[in-house]
Design a protein around this ligand. Structure first.
Ligand code: UTP
Length: 237
């Protein structure tokens, strides 16, 4: 039995794609198969479009990052509810309520093999929540499903010649994402630097991949090699 935590960037539940329910359906099927082999899966869902929309609407009138973060958190819980209800409808034994803290989530793992949550409190993103849930629940690794195929030295949308990485140490990833601080509510880099700092301390393996391709999520959950970036400490390489 393995415990795996999966962070799903909210952009994966993207509104601009036709038939996007097919992605969700495929995700449900991957999770159902893992439960059948007795894995425990924690899923932490990001805020995506509703978070962006809510924060953009309120930013001109709210001059307080914690308040804007709370709008983002509400969006993550909306998206987590979509994933939770889809799993429950497919017969997967998933936790009932959306937990509001890491503690609550780890306790739910004692009752159900699948726990779905969104954000917890202001000051970080759901990547950091996923990494903390992985550490607290003794997970083998944390998979970060995002919308780029791997970690690059800089944003490939701004710099097409940037260098991509199949593997990195925690220190190298921290160097790329920057110091562990939360500056502003809303969109951030490839992985939350606060989460990277926690993963480094706990020596937690991270698998960073393009979550739009469910076969990559499946390979990483199953512990197979995957297209993306694996982050491990030097000793393990
Ligand atoms: P996300 O985790 O979706 O962050 O949370 P993100 O980096 O903006 O988006 P992705 O990774 O592309 O999906 C949305 C916002 O909600 C707040 C932050 O403002 C974050 O930017 N948030 C989320 C918190 O304050 N605390 C949390 O635990 C989670």
């Amino acid at each position: 039995m393995a415990t795996i935590v999966l962070a799903l960037g909210g952009s994966l539940l993207r509104p601009e794609v036709e038939e996007r329910h097919a992605w969700l359906e495929e995700l449900v099927s991957i999770i159902r198969d893992r439960v059948l082999v007795d894995d425990r899966i924690g899923i932490v869902v990001g805020g995506g479009a509703p978070a962006r929309e809510g924060i953009t609407l309120a930013r001109p009138i709210i001059d307080n990052e914690d308040r804007l973060d709370r709008i983002g958190i509400a969006a993550t819980r909306l998206n987590a509810t979509i994933v939770r209800e889809s799993l429950a409808d497919a017969g997967v034994t998933v936790s009932g309520a959306i937990p509001r803290s890491i503690n609550e989530a780890t306790m739910l793992f004692d009752e159900r093999p699948v726990v779905v949550m969104g954000g917890t409190k202001p000051g970080h993103t759901t990547d950091a929540v996923a990494i903390r849930l992985a550490i607290a629940s003794g997970a083998e690794r944390c998979i970060i499903g995002t919308n780029v195929d791997r970690v690059y030295d800089s944003d490939p949308r701004d710099n097409p010649n940037t260098n991509g990485h199949d593997s990195l140490t925690h220190e190298e990833l921290q160097e790329i994402v920057g110091p562990a601080e939360h500056t502003k509510a809303g969109p951030s880099g490839v992985v939350d630097p606060m989460g990277v700092a926690d993963a480094t301390k706990a020596n937690l393996t991270l698998c960073i991949l393009d979550g739009r391709d469910h076969s990559r999520i499946k390979s990483a959950i199953e512990g197979e090699s995957f297209h993306g970036t694996i982050v491990e400490s030097e000793e393990e390489e």
